[in-house]
Structures are given as C-alpha cells and as structure tokens.
Design a protein around this ligand. Structure first.
Ligand SMILES: [Ca+2]
Length: 261
C-alpha cells in the first residue's frame, strides 16, 4: 500500500465520490453501469447530465458502439437493466429504463421512462450506448476464482477506458487479490490512469487504494465477501496494463494469511 498516494488522492476521490454517489436525491450506483444485452449507461467524466446529443453520440462511437435504440434499451430493461438517470438514445430521444418502481425514480412507473424526442439537442443528459462486443471490460463476477486484466491485455490498454469489476463470492468468504503484472501510466497522484480497489460492492464507499506506475501492488484481502475494482484511463499516454487474480478464501484462512504478510 502507498499511504502517501492515498492521502494525496483522498481529496480528489472525495470529489469523485460526490460525482458518482448520492445526487439529486438519487443514489447513483456504478453497478448500474454494467451492460445488459450490449446496452450500457455512461455519464460524462464531469458528472451527471453533462452531455449534449452530439457529445453523447461521440461517447458511444469512441467506444466502438452507437446510441442504443428504444428497442435495445427495452430489451435490456427486460433482463434487469435499471438505471435512474435520463440519457440520450437513438434519434435524439431521452429516457431511462426502470425495472422496479420506486418513489424517487421513474414516477413510480415501470418501463422506459420516455422524455420523447428532444427539440433542443443542446440539452445535457447522460447517454445509453449499444455495443454487443464491448464485453471485455468489467462485469459482475461471482466465480470463486478468476484472472482479470486491463482491456486489450497483454497489449497496451486504450485511452478513455473505464471499467468496473464487482466481485462477489460466497457469504462468509473473503476476496483475496493478487497482482500478477502491473503497468499503468505513472504520475505522482495517479490522477491520469489508475486502478482503484474498494472494499465494498460499489465505488462509493470502502475506498482502499489507488494504484499506478509499474510497481506490483501488495495483495489485498477484503473485509467481507465483496470487492470492487475500478480502472480508468484518461485521453493520452497508455501503458502495458495489468493482470491480477482473485481467489475466494475462507475467512479463517485469510486471517492467517494476513498475519503472515
Ligand atoms: Ca493515460
């Protein structure tokens, strides 16, 4: 662990947590950034509701996809894609998919909450993209053991990547993370590109470290049975990327490992 980097990053992280966390009475949880049937939600790096229609299109295109159509969004919704944030989709329409009715979101309705075709394309919203092939980055993982790597590994990762891995192992177990290879654009505070570890199932609480450079981070063991990893790269300079392995360990065993290290 690098205490200095943690301290320096704290301020920035706090800002980011506000961006991703509780906002306008709605808990924006990154778990909902997961894809469903190739559809996924993105917000601007600047935060929620910052993208014009043109910018929204560019976000999807940059990632090799396109704006989702109403039908694609609905198909995703039907398999559980629920996002409480209005975004652009195909042809300048704005809305969001609601699976479970709630008082704070979707006016208590279920379905695509449709704001219709917007006349003013300079309005700022989030975006819903469609890219059935963009599946190598992030995901919800429940396997007891798995090797993860940065997008494109063993080749350099690309610019403008954002990936979330939400790991959940059996209740009563812990997640043990071991780094196998590590090379992320280095800067003093890891503000450009970084891998973050959260000792929780989201990237809002449980911040446990931010890493960059080419020094292999130490093993990390979660407190509970969940962990979140977040990888972000900015718009310039890439590096070799990383590879790591997580293993579900029995709580007793991991305590033992802890005292050994
Ligand atoms: Ca970079």
């Amino acid at each position: 662990m690098r205490p200095l980097i943690l301290a320096l990053a704290a301020c920035f992280v706090l800002k980011e947590v506000q961006g991703w966390g509780y906002k306008n009475g709605v808990f924006h949880n990154s778990i909902w950034l997961e894809q469903a049937a190739g559809v996924y939600h993105r917000e601007s790096r600047k935060g929620r509701y910052q993208l014009t229609f043109k910018e929204a299109k560019a976000v999807c295109k940059y990632e090799g996809g396109a704006l989702a159509t109403y039908e694609q969004l609905e198909a995703a919704r039907q398999i559980g894609f629920h996002v409480c944030s209005a975004g652009w989709f195909d042809k300048g329409r704005v809305g969001y998919p609601i699976v479970k009715a709630g008082a704070n979101c979707g006016f208590g309705k279920v379905g695509i909450i449709d704001y219709g075709y917007r006349l003013n394309k300079s309005e700022r919203w989030d975006v819903y993209c469609y890219n059935p092939n963009a599946k190598e980055c992030g995901g919800v993982l429940t396997d007891p053991q798995k090797v993860l790597s940065s997008p494109g590994y063993p080749n350099d990762y690309a610019d403008e990547q954002i990936c979330y891995w939400h790991i959940r192992v059996r209740y009563g177990q812990k997640v043990r993370l071991q780094f196998l290879d590590f090379d992320i654009e280095d800067d003093t505070d890891c503000l450009s590109d970084y891998l973050e570890i959260y000792d929780s199932y989201d990237d809002v609480s449980g911040f446990a470290g931010r890493f960059c450079g080419d020094e292999l981070p130490e093993d990390f063991i979660s407190t509970g049975n969940v962990m979140t990893l977040k990888f972000l790269s900015d718009s310039s300079v890439t590096a070799g990327g990383f590879q790591l392995e997580y293993i579900a360990v029995d709580s007793d065993l991991s305590d033992e490992t802890n005292t050994l290290t």
